[in-house]
Design a protein around this ligand. Sequence first.
Ligand code: JBK
Length: 240
Amino acid sequence: MRIDVVTIFPEYLDPLRQALLGRAIDRGLLTLDVHDLRAWTHDVHKAVDDSPYGGGPGMVMKPQVWGEALDELCASGTPRLVVPTPAGRPFTQAVAREYAAQPWLVFACGRYEGIDQRVLDDAARRMPVDEVSIGDYVLVGGEVAVMVMVEAVARLLPGVLGNPASAEQDSFSDGLLEGPSYTRPEVWRDLAVPDVLRSGNHGAIDRWRRDQALARTFHRRPDLLDALPEGALDKHDRAQ
Ligand SMILES: Nc1c(O)cccc1[N+](=O)[O-]
């Protein structure tokens, strides 16, 4: 997978080159190129924004600069352009899986009040454009959202996780929240590990974990239960 990121703060994306993702990049499992949007400016101030038509607070990112950047970066093919924005569709594990199947993603990091809409409308003439949101809160720009999305996508790529089963068993993979986890010691500050987890009875362990996931999802994210496909809950699940 090829990933390009366009931003006015390239160094913001440096953490993506650390740890697991950094090793995956070093092993050639994905490529990550981060581009400074100001490289496509032509004025001494390297201006990337201007005041909004219709008035209002803040500034809007200029279409000319973005247009030149995307023309050059996307000249050799048809990537999916991903634009993090609070006005986007929710970024979920399902979307992460969708993106992990793409050969090439280009992320456009907006700042200020966002990117002139015509940039997205023009890009949509020649590539798929996706406006996505990582959550209903206000950030200063798209860079943090891109880091979230790149990590969620990259960990799904073959060979990135040491144990591929991890990706199948983590939260949301079966539509439910993950239940609690425990490790040694058996008792810590008078709190004991649930007996079933030390029983060696894997059927009972699997059942307990499923019940914990169902209970946690019911109490914290009942919306996820409503979104489960028909038949996802068996008779035992429904009896919980
Ligand atoms: N929420 C937000 C924002 O305020 C700015 C850029 C991107 C996002 N987002 O992806 O959720």
